[in-house]
Write a protein of this length. Structure first.
Length: 329
């Protein structure tokens, strides 16, 4: 099978090439290119059986239609999220879409807690100060998480891992989800409004759906405690960014940690250090002293990248052998 691998970074090539050394993958031929998959680049897939794409790429109707014209039969998402993929359009053309539903839940959950701790204790600011021989403490005041209440929105694999971390910090854990995770016997399941009212730390760990799009908005923010810490490592669209900015300006949040955001497509994973950001929302977020932003790197650990490459290559084998897979959308 010939696969065109879009949006290649050095670490992608490293871990996929390592995986391809296994004998059972000897018939898989991957060609790596740097451009992301978009309607403008989809024609590059001519002559390939499959494409491999990531969460920051545009696999809407137009892209999928072009992939069909190019003869592509398989879309491999090397990630869990697929809200950027028009799955119905792919099914219409008989294109199979497969993903990596779970690579390392702990990687994302640990990053979520790192964001909470960094934004809360201002360690990023302290580091910069120390580099300039400034060891003053003004502006670095944080709050204890011990004996505070954590609100976990979504208790799948990642949310459950975050709940366990919070529990280990000595926090009371509230959770909300349609499905109750039986492994979280220490957590109390409540409705969303109750979680908003009672949580000191709110961490989002749910997929993007039409129902929860912009679930964090002016109304839900108003229900939160004053001085709440908000973390999002899930999907940017869960938060209405303009409303979040208003809440930050109103002093509602003690700290905010974001690994995902609505405007990330186009510049996430890219070096923009010599450019002026043309999107004012991101510039505004970066201007707040109590906001910590990272570049969708929650997945970025050695263990997670090994799991992503392994599962993606296994998806190829499953497809070529005509077998069913829970990873197929």
């Amino acid at each position: 099978m010939k696969i065109l691998f879009f949006g290649t970074k050095s670490y992608d090539r490293e871990f996929f090439d390592k995986g391809l050394k296994e004998e059972k993958y000897k018939d898989i031929d991957i060609h790596y290119i740097e451009p992301n998959l978009t309607p403008e680049t989809a024609e590059l897939a001519h002559g390939y059986d499959a494409v491999c794409a990531f969460v920051n790429m545009d696999l809407g109707k137009e892209t999928v239609d072009i992939l069909h014209e190019m003869g592509v039969k398989l879309i491999l998402m090397r990630c869990a999220g697929y809200n950027n993929v028009d799955v119905d359009e792919a099914k219409k053309w008989g294109i199979t879409v497969m993903r990596v539903p779970s690579y390392s839940p702990e990687a994302v959950a640990e990053h979520a807690m790192a964001l909470a701790l960094t934004a809360n204790r201002h360690t990023h600011k302290a580091y910069i100060r120390g580099r300039e021989n400034d060891f003053s403490l003004s502006g670095l005041l944080g709050v204890n998480l011990f004996h505070k209440t954590a609100g976990i929105v979504g208790t799948g694999r990642i949310g459950a891992a975050m709940a366990r971390i919070c529990h280990g910090f000595g926090m009371k854990v509230l959770a909300t989800d349609v499905y109750h995770n039986p492994s979280l016997d220490f957590a109390e399941y409540v409705d969303f409004d109750t979680l908003l009212h009672e949580a000191d730390l709110i961490s989002l760990h749910c997929p993007m759906t039409e129902e929860n799009h912009h679930m964090i908005n002016l109304d839900s923010i108003a229900k939160m405690k004053d001085g709440v810490i908000l973390v999002n490592t899930s999907r940017g669209g869960l938060i209405k960014t303009d409303d979040l900015i208003q809440g930050i300006r109103d002093g509602k949040f003690f700290a905010v940690g974001l690994d995902v955001y609505e405007e990330e497509t186009g510049f996430v994973y890219e070096d923009m250090s010599d450019q002026i950001l043309d999107r004012s929302t991101m510039a505004r977020l970066l201007s707040f002293p109590n906001v910590m932003v990272t570049s969708h790197q929650g997945f970025f650990t050695k263990e997670a990248l090994e799991a992503i490459s392994h599962t993606t290559l296994e998806n190829v084998i499953t497809f070529t052998e005509g077998k069913e897979s829970p990873n197929t959308l």
